[in-house]
Design a protein around this ligand. Structure first.
Ligand code: SF4
Length: 376
């Protein structure tokens, strides 16, 4: 059986955060049980064809599932062929996590938690629509530690409305005091269809300036580095050997299977997407039909571009020998001119068979990456 990765999508949230454009919904709890039953069927039907190195339950808010449904789902996943050194992550949000749920996760082999915090300042949490306070986060975090979870990621955001540089520095300080194994720091992007988009259009969002946002990011990289967190991707930092292996699968275009509404798979050069509609998903699975709504046969050029974009986001960059193995050609046969141009501008570095963004290149990453788009 092929060793790949598995993503499971849980589309429920207690409340929609104001910046969120993920396929997640509040007020649909009545569908939870039917959804999990359908999801278990899809897992039994589709996921039993492979064995797994990593499993990631994301969403939405997987920890929002009630105990019975959580146990049912984890039990189904445990029937699969899971490798001995499995990385098994579950996304959790404070305000939806209990000792009982953590106990179920522990019993069924979840060995990595990804906790959504975003900021340690309660007024900011409220303004961005989070359902929890920093105190609730800390109590969930301590509980998880007491119960033996020794691989925890904490999600943060910067560039938030009414967030000062000082606020973000405090957030990083308070998080690193807790000593998680992994920290991710994403800048706020105002996405269409979100509450923030509407407020932004009406000029009602007080966002930090570009300079302040740059200062936040630069501080973040330096500060976390000093605290022993290695930056291994533009937005991800970890203690030694605690990088998220599941994320690396996405960034290196390795195979993964997605189950659940809105989930995507990358299998045999095809990108496959399930329907976002929860009811449609349940109906399709229950009538033994496919929930897939999109199957794209990726052309080699698409895969090469994506490999470059995702690879350049990684601190270690692109491994030229992996490129050659994957695409059966030298990187230079396609990108020699572009690479040399950006090396001369001081934005790219090429050494020991790898190509990566310099410090300045990370700041101007969008400018560099657009040159890796191929004429098709
Ligand atoms: S908890 Fe996560 S998935 Fe749910 S609305 Fe907030 S950001 Fe989106």
């Amino acid at each position: 059986m092929k060793n790949i990765s598995l993503y499971i999508h849980i589309p429920f949230c207690k409340q929609k955060c104001m910046y969120c454009d993920f396929p997640s919904y509040s007020g649909k709890d009545a569908l939870m049980e039917e959804y999990i039953n359908a999801l278990c069927k899809e897992i039994a039907r589709e996921a039993s064809k492979y064995s797994y190195n990593t499993v990631f339950i994301g969403g939405g808010t997987p920890s929002y599932l009630d105990e019975d449904n959580l146990e049912k789902l984890l039990n189904e996943i445990n029937k699969l062929s899971l490798n001995r050194n499995l990385e098994f992550t579950m996304e959790c949000n404070p305000g939806s996590l209990t000792k009982e749920k953590l106990d179920i996760m522990k019993r069924y082999g979840v060995n990595r938690l990804s906790l959504g915090l975003q900021s340690t300042k309660n007024s900011i949490l409220k303004e961005i629509g989070r359902i929890h306070s920093f105190e609730e986060f800390k109590s969930n975090y301590s509980l998880a530690r007491e119960m033996g979870f020794n691989n925890i990621n904490v999600d943060t955001m910067f560039g938030l409305p009414n967030q000062s540089v000082e606020d973000f520095k405090n957030t990083l300080g308070e998080i690193t005091e807790l000593n998680p194994e992994h920290i991710s720091a994403y800048s706020l992007i105002i996405e269409e269809g979100t509450v923030f988009y509407k407020l932004w259009e009406e000029d009602k969002l007080k966002l930090p300036s570009e300079d302040e946002e740059r200062e936040m990011y630069e501080y973040c990289v330096d500060y976390l580095n000093k605290k022993g967190y290695l930056q291994y991707e533009i937005s991800n930092f970890s203690k030694k050997d605690k990088e998220c292996r599941h994320n690396k699968v996405y960034w290196e275009l390795e195979k993964y299977l997605g189950c659940g509404s809105s989930s995507a798979s990358l299998i045999d050069g095809k990108r496959i997407k399930n329907t976002e509609d929860i009811k449609e998903y349940i109906e399709a699975i229950n009538s033994n039909k496919s929930a897939k709504v999109e199957i794209i046969n990726l052309k080699e050029e698409d895969l090469i571009e994506e490999f470059m974009f995702l690879g350049l986001r990684k601190k270690e960059g692109i491994d030229e020998s992996i490129f050659k193995r994957k695409f059966n050609k030298e990187l230079d046969s396609i990108y020699e001119k572009v690479i040399n141009f950006h090396i001369n501008q001081g934005l790219l570095v090429r050494e020991k068979g790898k190509i990566y963004l310099s410090k300045k290149g990370i700041e101007l990453s969008n400018y560099v990456m657009k040159d890796f788009i191929l004429d098709k």
